[in-house]
Design a protein around this ligand. Structure first.
Ligand code: AMP
Length: 207
């Protein structure tokens, strides 16, 4: 099964992707994670990406498309993958379709997790991540509820940057919902519910 996960930043894509990966054994392709790892490692890609990410802007299409093409060549994606945070522009969506056609593969579903923007601002600005295990916690946690590791706030989860990310989402990424509706792949899910409920709805839709 090959899935595209759509939704504004903070809609819960990462959380649902982790559940889908665990349930269906899919390869998890998160462009945000790949870019953050490159920034942390200080590679040329990371240096280029950081200035865009810090402002909540999109990293140029050519860079991100190259990363995903390379990732799709890897063996583990052949038995199914979940794309989390890609595509984010119509150029990326078209490039993905043509790359998959070349590889003789298809998208089975585009799952759009919908959450009200005001809820998202609150979620993102209070989000804290574990330095050790990546657990997604909140500002009310003193330490990671999973491993006791130290929690930190992502630079791009600061209020001004969050607002910009949401604007960028509305402008560049939200139109992809119609793109996938047009190809009959769209599954729309209300993401403003407990994680388990959102996950069950997604599972039912994919069954
Ligand atoms: P995320 O973790 O998916 O919210 O991504 C964090 C940041 O990485 C975004 O705000 C963008 O700056 C960058 N990014 C991630 N995925 C993409 C993409 N598909 N296209 C462009 N930029 C991206």
């Amino acid at each position: 099964m090959n899935i595209v996960l759509l939704g504004a930043p903070g809609a819960g894509k990462g959380t649902q992707a982790a559940r889908l990966v665990a349930e269906y054994g899919l390869a998890h392709i998160s462009t945000g994670d790949i870019l953050r790892a490159a920034v942390k490692a200080g590679t040329p890609l990371g240096l280029e990406a950081k200035s865009f990410m810090d402002k909540g802007e999109l990293v140029p299409d050519s860079v991100v498309i190259g990363l995903v093409k390379e990732r799709l060549q890897q063996e583990d994606t052949k038995s199914g993958f979940i794309l989390d945070g890609f595509p984010r522009t119509s150029t990326q969506a078209v490039a993905l379709a043509s790359e998959l056609a070349e590889l003789g593969r298809d998208i089975d579903a585009a799952v759009a997790v919908q959450v009200d923007p005001e809820v998202i601002v609150k979620r993102l600005t209070s989000r804290r991540l574990c330095k050790e295990c990546g657990y997604i916690g909140s500002e009310s946690d003193a330490a990671c509820p999973s491993c006791e590791g130290e929690l930190y706030q992502r630079d791009d989860d600061k209020p001004e940057t969050v607002r910009n990310r949401l604007e960028v989402y509305e402008q560049s990424t939200a139109p992809l919902i119609e793109y996938y509706r047009g190809s009959d792949l769209l599954v729309e899910v209300d993401g403003d519910r407990p994680v388990d409920e959102v996950f069950s709805t997604i599972q039912e839709a994919l069954a």
